[in-house]
Design a protein around this ligand. Sequence first.
Ligand SMILES: *[C@@H]1O[C@H](CO)[C@@H](O)[C@H](O)[C@H]1NC(C)=O
Ligand SMILES: *[C@@H]1O[C@H](CO)[C@@H](O)[C@H](O)[C@H]1NC(C)=O
Ligand SMILES: *[C@@H]1O[C@H](CO)[C@@H](O)[C@H](O)[C@H]1NC(C)=O
Ligand SMILES: *[C@@H]1O[C@H](CO)[C@@H](O)[C@H](O)[C@H]1NC(C)=O
Ligand SMILES: *[C@@H]1O[C@H](CO)[C@@H](O)[C@H](O)[C@H]1NC(C)=O
Ligand SMILES: *[C@@H]1O[C@H](CO)[C@@H](O)[C@H](O)[C@H]1NC(C)=O
Ligand SMILES: *[C@@H]1O[C@H](CO)[C@@H](O)[C@H](O)[C@H]1NC(C)=O
Ligand SMILES: *[C@@H]1O[C@H](CO)[C@@H](O)[C@H](O)[C@H]1NC(C)=O
Ligand SMILES: *[C@@H]1O[C@H](CO)[C@@H](O)[C@H](O)[C@H]1NC(C)=O
Ligand SMILES: *[C@@H]1O[C@H](CO)[C@@H](O)[C@H](O)[C@H]1NC(C)=O
Ligand SMILES: *[C@@H]1O[C@H](CO)[C@@H](O)[C@H](O)[C@H]1NC(C)=O
Ligand SMILES: *[C@@H]1O[C@H](CO)[C@@H](O)[C@H](O)[C@H]1NC(C)=O
Length: 540
Amino acid sequence: MSLHLCNPSTFSSLLLPISTSLLALTTTPVTNYSASVPAIYRLTAPAISYANLSFCNITLTYTHPGQNDSVTIETWLPASSSNLTVTTSTNATNPAHPWNSRLLAVGGGGYRAGRFDLSYFGMKGGLGEGYATITTDAGLGSAETARSWALLSEGNVNLYNLQNLGTASLGDMGLIGKEIIRAFYGRGPEYSYFNGCSQGGRQGMVIAQRFPGLFDGIVAGAPAVYWSEAMGGFQWPQVVMNEGGEWPYGCEIDAIGEEATRQCDGLDGVVDGIVQEVEGCLDRFDPFGMVGREVECVQLGGKNITITEAAAAVVNKTWHGRERVDGRRAWYGLSPGSDLTVNGSGIVATNCTEDGCVGKPNLLGTDWFELFVEKSLTADVSNMSHKELDRFVKATKQEFGSLLETDDADLTEFKRQGGKLISWHGLIDQLLSPKATERYYQDVSATVPETQEFYRHYEVPGLEHCFNGPSGNPLELLGQLRAWVEDGIAPEASPVNVTRLDGTTEARVLCPYPQKAKLDASCTEGVCWICENATRLPLF
Ligand SMILES: *[C@@H]1O[C@H](CO)[C@@H](O)[C@H](O)[C@H]1NC(C)=O
Ligand SMILES: *[C@@H]1O[C@H](CO)[C@@H](O)[C@H](O)[C@H]1NC(C)=O
Ligand SMILES: *[C@@H]1O[C@H](CO)[C@@H](O)[C@H](O)[C@H]1NC(C)=O
Ligand SMILES: *[C@@H]1O[C@H](CO)[C@@H](O)[C@H](O)[C@H]1NC(C)=O
Ligand SMILES: *[C@@H]1O[C@H](CO)[C@@H](O)[C@H](O)[C@H]1NC(C)=O
Ligand SMILES: *[C@@H]1O[C@H](CO)[C@@H](O)[C@H](O)[C@H]1NC(C)=O
Ligand SMILES: *[C@@H]1O[C@H](CO)[C@@H](O)[C@H](O)[C@H]1NC(C)=O
Ligand SMILES: *[C@@H]1O[C@H](CO)[C@@H](O)[C@H](O)[C@H]1NC(C)=O
Ligand SMILES: *[C@@H]1O[C@H](CO)[C@@H](O)[C@H](O)[C@H]1NC(C)=O
Ligand SMILES: *[C@@H]1O[C@H](CO)[C@@H](O)[C@H](O)[C@H]1NC(C)=O
Ligand SMILES: *[C@@H]1O[C@H](CO)[C@@H](O)[C@H](O)[C@H]1NC(C)=O
Ligand SMILES: *[C@@H]1O[C@H](CO)[C@@H](O)[C@H](O)[C@H]1NC(C)=O
């Protein structure tokens, strides 16, 4: 399809969903476009770089009449006046037919539904492989915080904005995206895919749960499913410190984490800086054994301090997960080996001077509880008590469950319509517990027979939240999803590159849950890791 059709008249008779009304549409022919996308920002596809590519940028704004919202969808459609030079191992698209007949929608992150740096990386990557690619801002703009769109007035949440983030914008994006494609190419996409992580992973899960049939394949990383518990988890360590009335230095927390990694590293039989046996580590390593040990403290300009009981307590509670006031377990924790402080911005962060520290809650949790639960621009939850946290998590479920919880395990209809779903989650995710995704997989397995026929889950040892850490990203998953959807080849092992302690890189595999990867000791060359059946206990 040629770029000369990239003008508004091509799109003058779009059939939009009955619930929407078009506000504006711009078309911009883009030529000589070049991009270079590092692998990690494509999440589940290899790095790509290209030059001199052409596409039609159709950016459309619509409202749901009566809701006073204004949602923007941005679409990039490969067009044939380009002369494409793809310089990667991925197959080059034929310049004469630059569209690969497929749609790739990309997700958001944090409080952003899309149309920000990460979604643009996803789109650039897709474009380079010939996909028509699309993102939505859900009407929220692209600010990191939700402050600009959360409230209608003090005490009143903008529920329509939350509904757009939670569900509605995703259905619209699929329907409108296909309509735009039909108008430009004269036919709809043969296959439609979704790729996202974190908020984007949750978006993928919503599509499987609420819009079966809209997308053929979904790959969802570190999904923020069980939303109320995810929010509770962000605040939990701060509440533990508030209740204890002591806020440790980051260096104490980090020292405990580093020692856990050191002691638990070899439990899986390989010393590589990666803790793969999470349960084994929790059984074996006692953070309280570190109390009294002397460590050098960066927050004190390199002076030594001794690790406090309070530091061990908050690490222990963060690993074990949120408890209710009465002591019952409420949710899952982060794994030993995950970076709890992230140099002052993690969920166990504190803000310290020579005289001591105060709590420093994570923005994702404070935005949620201040703006949506307290419903105020001036609320301050930094001193939240344990009782309040219980109440706030419950209120989240009650008031916003249908909009954001994303916990519906009945994927029967998605399966019936032939949909394929892959989820993946880094085991050292420093924000969202990998056990939440494991739990979702277990819930689906208990609800839909023959789960493996349409849904597979991959744990990624040594990977942080969405990217970074000793493990690289699972860069073949999108391709494997495509082979599953289009050729019926179900994904088994998925390759991953891991950086070992000595800085060298090793090719390993990720395995479909409940399998685990194991080093084949007899192997001397090639990929020496294999997938093995593993016993997994039902999570509480
Ligand atoms: C195309 O883009 C390249 C790299 O961005 C630039 O060097 C070149 O001058 C551009 N060519 C045209 C015709 O604009
Ligand atoms: C696409 O068009 C929109 C609206 O004009 C603009 O904001 C966006 O930057 C454009 N994107 C590209 C890659 O040209
Ligand atoms: C939203 O409401 C304001 C104030 O009533 C109005 O000016 C604006 O046009 C409305 N926007 C939409 C998209 O309906
Ligand atoms: C870039 O693409 C245009 C249009 O297809 C073509 O005329 C031109 O030769 C290409 N330039 C390069 C450097 O490939
Ligand atoms: C692409 O550019 C090359 C030279 O770089 C040229 O030989 C070829 O004809 C161009 N193809 C198209 C479709 O413009
Ligand atoms: C590239 O093309 C070859 C031959 O058509 C095919 O076997 C292979 O699977 C393709 N690879 C990718 C990554 O699409
Ligand atoms: C500080 O603690 C480290 C152990 O973490 C120890 O090696 C070092 O000697 C201590 N320095 C001082 C000045 O006590
Ligand atoms: C660590 O936390 C768990 C869960 O709250 C608790 O059962 C255990 O007693 C704690 N460990 C210590 C040594 O306090
Ligand atoms: C940690 O944060 C401090 C200030 O907040 C900064 O000076 C330092 O460079 C950071 N260190 C790392 C390793 O990012
Ligand atoms: C840390 O505390 C100081 C006061 O001690 C304050 O000025 C600063 O804004 C705080 N920083 C953060 C990020 O909370
Ligand atoms: C692993 O690294 C090799 C060599 O750089 C590369 O060819 C391969 O695509 C990478 N695989 C993954 C899954 O990252
Ligand atoms: C692994 O589990 C599958 C399914 O439960 C079973 O079919 C297979 O025989 C098992 N393989 C081994 C080596 O135990």
